[in-house]
Write a protein that binds this ligand. Structure first.
Ligand code: NAD
Length: 275
């Protein structure tokens, strides 16, 4: 199937949104939003007006309550992103419930820690499948859907936004997390590749690289007093981040304010990479 290029499909909203960051009328699919960064981003997108499809392995009722308290819909979808077979079904479930998806935030991710000398194939595959392979195939399914919307709606189509959650280890090597570093470096590369292929079709693909954020992902690191203190000393902002710190960047990249931003990985890291 061939898809129209941007020359035929203007991405300007048919009726102007109230302000460039307004997400009213938009539907955002957020993976792994029952906790941590995904929950922070889902709530921030809902605050900006978006309805949320939450794709989770486990119960996301806390996030659902926060989204609904803002007057937005929360549609839960159950899926295990360590497997990619069901990606089409996952999207079909979302579309059956909400009709269209305008924004996807590929947030779900895991980390496995061991010295490179001891690292197992199981830990390699688990992280690569969840953090990179699923991210690619879910993006592919969503991009196909977005381009179908473009073909059907023509000038009425408002464009699509795909946001990946990268990491400082998209830029740096890290230690004791080989598959995580490989996956997150791959996320930065795929962000550029997808932008190169889809920018002219009206889909913005960008990424957010969080710094050190207080979530389950960094629990083990924060339990190690020496490492936790060394990290804190190196953060120019003088504190670890909170999930809510990622919200503004996500709203920006999901909104029409970012219509000319393509293939960028935006660090939200308290200044870590500047040091
Ligand atoms: P978290 O452990 O609190 O959240 C991870 C989320 O991913 C959870 O909702 C979890 O259920 C979901 N998930 C994991 N495996 C899944 C699977 N197989 N199927 C479906 N969902 C699955 O950690 P977090 O810090 O909020 O992590 C969110 C993202 O941010 C991850 O991609 C992580 O790599 C990234 N990140 C975190 C930090 C940090 O400092 N916390 C820094 C950089 C990047």
């Amino acid at each position: 199937m061939s898809y129209p290029s941007i020359a035929h499909v203007p991405v300007t909203a048919p009726s102007s949104p109230r302000h460039p960051f307004d997400l009213q009328g938009r539907v955002a699919l957020v993976t792994g939003c029952n906790t941590g960064i995904g929950a922070g981003i889902a709530v921030a997108l809902a605050q900006a007006g978006a309805d949320i499809v939450g794709l989770n392995r486990s119960d996301a009722s806390q996030t659902a309550e926060q989204v609904q308290a803002l007057g937005r819909r929360f549609v839960p979808i159950q899926a295990d992103l360590s497997r990619t077979e069901a990606m089409g079904d996952v999207l079909a479930q979302a579309l059956a419930a909400v009709g269209h998806v305008d924004i996807v935030v590929n947030n779900a991710g895991i980390i496995r820690r061991a010295d490179a000398l001891d690292f197992t194939e199981e830990d390699w595959d688990a992280v690569m499948n969840t953090n990179l392979k699923s991210l690619f195939f879910l993006s592919q399914a969503v991009a196909r859907h977005m381009l179908d919307c473009a073909a059907q709606q023509g000038a009425q189509w408002r464009g699509g936004k795909i946001i990946h959650i990268a990491s400082l280890l998209s830029f740096q090597g890290g230690v004791r997390v080989p598959s995580y570093t490989a996956a997150k470096s791959g996320v930065l590369g795929l962000t550029r590749l997808m932008a190169n292929e889809w920018a002219a079709k009206g889909i913005n693909v960008n990424a957010i690289a969080p710094g050190y954020i207080k979530t389950n992902n960094t629990e083990a690191l924060r339990q190690d007093a020496g490492r936790a203190d060394a990290i804190l000393q190196r953060i120019p902002a003088g504190r670890w981040g909170q999930p809510a710190d990622l919200g503004g960047a996500a709203v920006f990249l999901a909104s029409s304010a970012a219509n000319y931003v393509h293939g960028h990985t935006l660090a939200v890291d308290g200044g870590w990479l500047a040091r």
